[in-house]
Design a protein around this ligand. Structure first.
Ligand code: F0G
Length: 458
């Protein structure tokens, strides 16, 4: 590439979708009706939707073409073989079990290996991973390195697992640990990467205690790009090569094809162990579908196979990581507290620092997320005490951080959309001292952030 400063979108727009403009007054009414929960909004009332990078990306011309190759045979469809080959080419696991999305893979995995009295360590469990694990009666333990809990630390691999903590847990409770999990990148901890060196150390500890290592690999390509950019001796490698080495360190993976594989639906569970795979498949047939389609249509399998190939393109990943950093760096320059370094798929505002006058149990993250919507129609996602504060025994305590995630859908928004988001955040920072907290008026006993209703604290 020539050395121009501007990293352009490495694509042109082929089909467009309208976004509907609205006024602040309209949005204040809509969010009140939604019980101040952004999940309850109608998407058409959102201007820039940064709720999630999951399933919200734009497919390529070649993926839309691949859909036409979808073969909907119940068993043994050619689309299944294309999917299986693409997954195996990158990750190399012996058994691939297709699911309709990532959490279905988690459900099958944990139903098979976990249960009461057990404990599964992870750098940080994502919300569905934690919930699926806790639903079996097992305990979910987060052991990311200390820097990973500090929004201001500039450690290059803040997603790394605390290997000493892993070793201590295994030394104390080896029999209770069915497997060790590492999430790449660490979504709940700011989209931060895990280094190859850390994964090798985790592997070594797992070997010593004869424990399988599973990757929650949703953002494997972004993680590999960070390894290429930041880890010594990796700068000349092909991302595909790094992905294969990372996968070879693990015994299995859960996956959501809605993230790095650039699809709107899909996922899988993979492993090398024959007996485990047999149990997974038995459950799969019960809950998802036959072993050669899982919860997916043949056309989805084709789109995933093609998306996987595109996900490791260096031009794409350079643009992807750079454009996320573009948003984060602009906010930093405005003095707005964000988690640094900037993660792969999202920028995380540090709501606790932005609203120091709002106590964690009055949900500063929720207050920031609602204000971003009211001010500019930008939908974000609280990742803090609303999402993680409710304990299995029904009590509540502050999460380790109160963040608001601005997740960037893949290949969907342009730089001017992001410039607009920057302006909305700037206005929010100016009004921050006037923002108050929220209380929950209705919530389910689990995964409350999706459906809880709130009201402003007077
Ligand atoms: N693991 C991680 C790290 C995730 O980020 C997600 C989903 C899942 C597992 C579950 O996958 O949605 O296909 O069932 N994260 C989305 C998000 C929802 O917004 O970060 P899924």
């Amino acid at each position: 590439m020539d050395d121009f400063r501007t990293v352009i979108e490495p694509f042109r727009i082929h089909a467009v979708e309208p976004v509907s403009l609205s006024t602040r007054k309209e949005r204040e009414g809509w969010v009140r009706e939604a019980g101040y929960n952004l999940f309850n909004l109608r998407a058409r009332d959102v201007l820039i939707d940064l709720l999630t990078d999951s399933g919200t990306g734009a497919m390529s011309r070649d993926q839309w073409a691949a859909l036409q190759h979808g073969d909907e045979s119940y068993a043994g469809s050619p689309s299944w073989f294309a999917f299986e080959a693409a997954v195996k080419d990158l990750f190399g696991f012996t058994h691939v079990i297709p699911t309709h999305q990532g959490r279905a893979a988690e459900k099958i995995l944990f139903t098979t290996v976990a249960g009461p009295g057990m404990v599964v360590p992870n750098n940080t469990h994502f919300d569905t991973t934690r919930a699926n694990l806790e639903a079996t009666g097992a305990e979910a333990v987060d052991i990311v390195i200390a820097e990973g809990r500090d929004p201001t630390s500039r450690h290059p691999f803040k997603g790394n697992m605390d290997v000493d903590a892993l070793e201590a847990l295994l030394a104390a409770r080896a029999d209770d640990v069915p497997l060790v999990m590492v999430t790449i990148t660490n979504n709940s901890g700011g989209g931060q990467p895990v280094s190859l060196a850390n994964l090798r150390q985790v592997r070594e500890v797992c070997d010593r205690f004869s424990k399988p290592l599973f990757l929650d690999a949703c953002r494997f390509a972004e993680n590999a790009w960070f390894i290429r950019e930041r880890e010594e001796g990796q700068g000349e490698r092909d991302v595909v090569d790094i992905v294969r080495e990372v996968a070879a360190l693990a015994d299995g993976m859960t996956m959501s094809a809605k993230k790095d594989p650039l699809c709107n639906i899909g996922g899988w569970l993979a492993c090398n162990d024959d007996a485990l795979a047999q149990s997974f498949r038995n459950l799969l047939i019960l809950t998802e579908g036959f072993t050669t389609y899982g919860g997916l249509a043949g056309r989805d399998l084709e789109a995933i196979a093609q998306g996987l190939k595109e996900s490791c393109s260096h031009d794409y990943l350079r643009y992807r990581i750079r454009s996320t950093a573009y948003l984060g760096e602009a906010l930093e320059q405005l003095g707005i507290p964000v988690v640094v370094p900037i993660g792969g798929h999202a920028v995380y505002l540090d709501a606790r620092r932005l609203l120091p006058h709002v106590a964690p149990l009055q949900y500063p993250g929720q207050a920031v997320a609602v204000a971003l919507y009211e001010l500019g129609g930008v939908r974000s996602c609280e990742i803090g005490t609303v999402m993680f504060g409710l304990q299995p025994d029904g009590s509540e305590r502050p999460a380790s951080m109160d963040l608001v995630r601005l997740a960037i859908p893949r290949r969907t928004y342009t730089q001017s959309h992001i410039d607009y988001v920057i302006e909305v955040c700037e206005r929010l920072a100016k009004e921050a001292s006037h923002l108050g907290g929220y209380r929950i008026v209705a919530a389910p006993p689990q995964l409350r952030h999706f459906t809880a209703r709130f009201e402003p604290v007077a």
